[in-house]
Write a protein that binds this ligand. Structure first.
Ligand code: PEP
Length: 256
């Protein structure tokens, strides 16, 4: 487990202003759980309201357009989400790759634009069930990682977090074994070291995502090289999300 675990809630297309009370509760609890870095990525419409409520947690976006401004009806740029209070953006989520046909090349452009706007990025990578069954998961994920990241990423340990999210584990209640998560995270770590050098590569946090909940969080977070979690469904109520945050804090308290 990383020195300060990072637990990020991805609210996806969920939440109206009625959900601000959940954000408030999460923020209040996070003030007493300083050993864990806690963040929420609500839908665009709630970025500014959550930002205004938050004293402790960081607020992020779930996507951005690769350009800064221009004739792109319905799109939102990194500059805009930063202006609304976002400190980070999730990019390359498998639901964007599937629902919107996002390629590695497009994700790479978005990463560059987000960093230029001063945002940190959480880059998602992960394999389908078919790819895992074919024994090609590590190869697929490490290639996806290399192809989705800008080559000239300065200060990777500050600007980048990687989230390993097997597609077949997202929202399904199924999870890989702790051994499989550890093996994939080690492969990602080795790729990061190749790309950014040993020191920077070792410092980039790698999150696990896919059906994390308060009951399995302690076990999943204990896998090798896991520095936190990206949480979908279980981040939608303060109660279940904080159960995961508390598991991360407890794990971090344990002697190495
Ligand atoms: C996600 O989509 O980022 C995710 C991890 O979802 P869930 O926790 O619901 O599987």
């Amino acid at each position: 487990m990383a020195e300060r675990p990072y637990i990020v809630g991805n609210w996806k297309m969920n939440g109206t202003r009625a959900m601000l009370s959940q954000a408030r509760s999460i923020d209040r609890a996070a003030q007493n759980l300083m050993k864990v870095e806690v963040a929420i990525a609500p839908p665009y419409t709630l970025i500014h309201p959550v930002h205004r409520e938050a004293g402790q947690i960081a607020v992020g976006a779930q996507d951005c357009h690769p350009g800064a401004e221009g004739p792109h009806t319905g799109d939102i740029s990194a500059v805009m989400v930063a202006d609304a209070g976002a400190k980070f953006v999730i990019l390359g989520h498998s639901e964007r790759r599937q629902d919107h046909g996002e390629t590695n090349a497009l994700v790479r452009e978005k990463c560059s634009s987000a960093i230029e706007a001063g945002l940190r990025i959480i880059l998602c990578v992960g394999e389908s069930e078919e790819t895992r069954d074919a024994g090609k998961a590590e190869n697929h994920v490490t290639r996806q990682l290399k192809a989705s990241l800008p080559e000239n990423l300065d200060n990777a340990q500050e600007s980048l977090t990687v989230a390993y999210e097997p597609i077949w584990a997202i929202g399904t209640g199924r999870t890989p074994t702790v051994e499989d998560i550890g093996a994939m995270h080690r492969a990602i770590r080795a790729t990061l070291s190749d790309m950014f050098g040993e020191e920077q590569g070792a410092a980039v946090r790698i999150l696990y995502g896919g059906s994390v909940n308060p009951d399995n969080a302690f076990e999943l977070l204990s896998a090798d090289e896991v520095g936190g979690a990206l949480v979908g469904g279980a981040s939608l109520t303060a109660e279940s999300f904080l159960g995961i945050v508390i598991a991360a804090a407890e794990l971090n308290d344990q002697p190495a």
